[in-house]
Design a protein around this ligand. Structure first.
Ligand code: TRP
Ligand code: ZN
Length: 873
């Protein structure tokens, strides 16, 4: 199909769901792979479900139809238009043969069949299968797939697809073939094919019931020494899912292929995961501790999808959070069970309070189960994934582990092998636990972040403590009216010695998780002997904004005495927030920065507390990001926020130089290892370095660490410190690093990130220069994100330069990617969508850019949807 004139994209609504008129029970695929002209023969067994239907409508995109047959006969009665193939006058049951031709080499969108480096690979979620053949490309059509792959043997010795290898052979002209069969019926989005030449890391796993599973990780030649950690993580995932969820793997083989060109993190295709190489490849020389943690989480995430996503899939794409929210919850629990639970929780909460709350405030705000979608790719969001996971976590909090697991069991009993809805999941949880989730269900349909305002009162004579909780959710562009939600509100009361005061109401003990379900509720606790200090929203028990007037004394008390580490961290964050806000206001009035001695001492106390996990101390000493702080304001003053955060950093750094220095030197490590203890020490040591960078010894210390480092974590920590503090040693390090790693895009990404986040005044000129680097490639999503997204999304002062130069730069990039890779463009445009949160001058400049984009006559659906919403058209 040739490129078409611009058709106004149309929206789909959740309420319009209709079950399919026909289903496909079996699909036999044959791929004859060639770079520019691949032939795909698709043989389907089709059954009519709706007796009134005589026409079958198939989805297709960028396909050339070569042949169409029904029951072995050429079929003329069809219509090919607007990305659909309509086949008419069909019997109740028939064999359908469709042959199409596609061009993998021209496919820069990285959806459907494309080439990554020298290999063929596929990405079908959400709607990429329609770029391979005409098909009912919707998740509620589940078929048994057989796939034969034919290709040149020398260039593509490995031919892979879903399921088990059933046959193979040699052909003339140096070609060969392999045939695969997947015994589990699946929707088209879980299809995968890979053909290429790789090094393979092999291992095996014996499941609890004693079945042997072959494990294979395919990486580019020469990268075998970087696949070890991914394999360990895979084995850990398989074991963890058996132990915690009672879920076992179901095929004889599990394959993972790492590719360099990939739009997202990874994809859970049945038995054949395709991964962004960023989430597979690691060794101590090339990967940071954060990279290792990312690999463990993503390997786990894709593996856990085998049950939550593949065995039970989604009825329609509005139900995406059914698999994603649940699977993120599972991967978070996996990382927490294997590593530090508090540190994992802190980092997940940072994502919620930063980028997810920002999404809720913007023009794309949507419930975790969206109601209206133009481009499905636009809904793989922090809301669906991370807030979706928080919604699952709240059910876990309300039900407890035992009831929650009973709910999971019932969910699989009811829905294994089918396509289900979010409602089905909640119903299983309710039925297994006997706990009503009627009000709770609103979390699925309501967008926006609820604000919970708390007031407390100690009634000394009655020894009572009154807690008044009010909730309201501000209107969002998609939804004006909001209802009260069921908020699990976890609290604890402390006496002045730090002892826990038991919660009592009506003479009976009450659970620490209060059920907040109304707009306003009063909880009155009895037998409270003294005015307590209250800890609230413990473990971030609900994804809400908490408003309460804490005194400094109470917060400093909680930083020391709260029983759980998350609550202590949170108290520290609230204390920092108070002074960041106060100083932003001062700065806007032209007043001096101020931070009380008592606040500094509280953080000094944390740093010196030898009973604490060093990784936790590092989190305590990490300030909220500029973007998170921006979210506290209706109108964001980027310069003031940047200045205040720098002032907090330098003030702590000056006041605690000796302590930071002593800690830094005491954490000097011997042998490098990647266990939690070693990583925790590196984390704290590098946090100290980031502060020390602003002192007199900064340049020498950072230069020394860079020179002596034997691992990427310490190397990048030194470079980041030099970059942030603009130290003299920065230039030498940047030059040295780029020379050493030019050949390795994945490692260079770290360097591109630093260029993007460079605080220097000429940052944009630098970024433009950096785009000419031999390792840079706008067609590679990892490279583009590293450089462009880090500048536009994470360097607010330079991106929001008053002359609009940052905005013009982003528009140039978006226009280039609009045609080559709209999915990546659509993620990069995010900073523009928040334009209403800036001053008038910047608003006008950003609006102009959005308008110029809206005028493009070939604007991709992905960008169209966001631009329209941002401009409120
Ligand atoms: N299902 C994938 C995951 O969460 C997400 C994904 C991978 C994806 N590749 C994609 C979504 C491409 C849309 C487009 O693990
Ligand atoms: Zn997922």
């Amino acid at each position: 199909m040739a490129d078409q004139a611009f058709i106004q994209p149309t929206a789909k609504y959740r309420s319009d769901y209709q079950s399919p008129d026909f289903t496909i029970t079996d699909l036999d695929l044959v791929f004859d792979l060639y770079d520019t002209a691949t032939r795909v023969v698709a043989n389907s067994k089709v059954i009519r479900l709706n007796e009134a239907a005589t026409s079958l409508e198939l989805d297709g995109d960028s396909l050339t139809l070569v042949r169409l047959q029904i029951n072995g006969n050429d079929w003329q009665d069809y219509l090919e238009q607007d990305g659909k193939l309509l086949i008419n006058n069909l019997p109740a049951q028939f064999d359908l043969l469709i042959e199409t031709e596609i061009n993998p080499e021209a496919n820069t969108a990285l959806e459907g069949l494309y080439k990554s480096g020298g290999a063929f690979c596929t990405q079908c979620e959400a709607e990429g299968f329609r770029r391979i053949t005409y098909y009912q490309d919707r998740p509620d059509v589940l078929a048994r797939f057989t796939t034969k792959v034919i290709a040149d043997k020398a260039q593509y010795p490995f031919l892979l697809s879903n399921g088990n290898r059933i046959d193979g052979g040699e052909l003339e002209g140096g070609r060969h073939w392999v045939q695969w069969q997947d015994p589990f019926p699946k929707p088209s989005y879980l299809f995968a094919l890979v053909a290429g030449d790789f090094d393979v890391l092999r291992d095996s796993y014996k499941t609890v019931s004693g079945r042997d599973v072959a494990l294979e990780i395919f990486v580019d030649k020469g990268n075998l020494d970087r696949a070890e950690y991914a394999m360990t993580s895979l084995i850990n995932s398989m074991k963890w899912d058996e132990e915690r969820f009672g879920l076992e793997y179901d095929l004889d083989i599990y394959m993972i292929v790492a590719v360099d060109f990939f739009n997202m993190g990874a994809m859970e295709n049945k038995g054949l995961n395709v991964f962004n190489s960023k989430f597979v490849l690691a060794n101590s020389k090339t990967a940071t501790d954060t990279d290792y943690q990312g690999i463990e989480a993503v390997i786990g995430h894709e593996y856990f999808h085998n049950w939550t996503g593949n065995r039970v899939t989604c009825r329609d794409w509005f139900q995406l959070s059914l698999k994603e929210g649940l699977t993120v919850f599972r991967d978070q629990e996996f990382s927490s069970d294997l590593g530090s639970r508090p540190v994992n929780r802190i980092n997940n909460v940072r994502i919620m309070r930063g980028p997810q709350f920002a999404e809720d405030r913007g023009p794309m705000a949507h419930p975790i189960r969206p109601e209206k979608v133009i481009e499905m790719n636009n809904f793989y969001t922090l809301t669906v994934y991370e807030k979706g996971s928080e919604v699952i976590r709240m059910m876990h909090t309300l039900l407890g582990e035992k009831n929650f697991q009973a709910g999971m069991k019932l969910y699989f009993e009811r829905h294994d092998g089918t396509a289900a809805t979010c409602d089905d999941f909640v119903a299983a949880m309710e039925d297994a636990s006997g706990i009503s989730l009627e009000t709770f269900r609103r979390w699925y349909s309501q967008s926006g972040t609820p604000v919970v305002e708390v007031a407390t009162q100690y009634l000394a004579e009655q020894k009572r403590y009154r807690v008044t909780v009010k909730q309201h959710t501000p209107a969002t562009p998609d939804q004006a009216e909001k209802q009260p939600l069921h908020i699990p509100f976890d609290i604890e009361l402390y006496d002045s010695k730090g002892g826990v005061i038991a919660l009592e109401m009506d003479g009976k003990p009450v659970h620490s998780v209060l059920d907040v379900t109304e707009a306003e509720q009063v909880f009155e606790f009895e037998n409270v002997g003294e005015a307590p200090v209250i800890s609230m929203l413990r473990e971030f028990s609900a994804p809400v904004v908490l408003k309460y007037d804490y005194t400094d004394e109470e917060l400093i008390f909680l930083m020391v005495h709260a029983r759980n580490e998350f609550a202590r961290w949170d108290a520290g964050q609230i204390l920092l927030a108070k002074y960041i806000k106060a100083n932003v206001a001062r700065s806007q009035q032209g007043e001096q920065f101020e931070l009380p001695e008592s606040v500094i001492d509280a953080f000094r106390g944390v740093l010196l507390d030898e009973t604490l996990d060093p990784a936790f101390i590092a989190e305590m000493l990490t300030l909220p990001s500029e973007n998170e702080v921006a979210g506290w304001y209706d109108i964001v003053d980027v310069d003031a926020i940047n200045k205040v955060l720098s002032n907090v950093t330098t003030t702590l750094s000056n006041a605690m130089t000796d302590e930071f220095s002593a800690m830094y030197h005491s954490l000097n490590q011997g042998e490098y290892s990647i266990d939690h203890e070693a990583m925790a020490k590196r984390a704290l040591r590098n946090t100290c370095l980031a502060y020390l960078a602003y002192t007199e010894q900064g340049d020498a210390l950072v230069a020394k660490q860079y020179a002596e480092s034997d691992n990427m974590t310490d190397t990048i920590a030194a470079m980041a410190a030099a970059n942030d503090a603009q130290l003299p040693c920065r230039a030498v390090q940047m030059a040295d690093f780029s020379e050493k790693w030019t050949h390795d895009g994945l490692v260079m990404d770290k360097w591109f990130v630093l260029q993007g986040k460079n605080p220097a005044e000429n940052a944009l000129a630098n970024v433009r220069e950096t785009m000419k680097h031999t390792a840079f490639d706008l067609k590679n999503p990892n490279r583009t994100r590293s450089l462009v997204a880090s500048f536009c999304a994470n360097n607010p002062v330079r991106f929001h330069a008053k002359d609009g130069s940052g905005y013009q730069f982003l528009t140039e990039i978006l226009k280039a990617l609009n045609t080559s890779n709209p999915q990546v463009a659509s993620r990069l445009i995010e900073p523009f969508l928040k334009y209403r949160q800036y001053d008038e001058q910047r608003q006008a400049l950003m609006r102009t850019e959005l308008e110029s984009l809206s005028q493009l006559d070939n604007l991709a659906k992905d960008l169209y949807e966001k631009v329209q919403k941002a401009l409120d058209l």
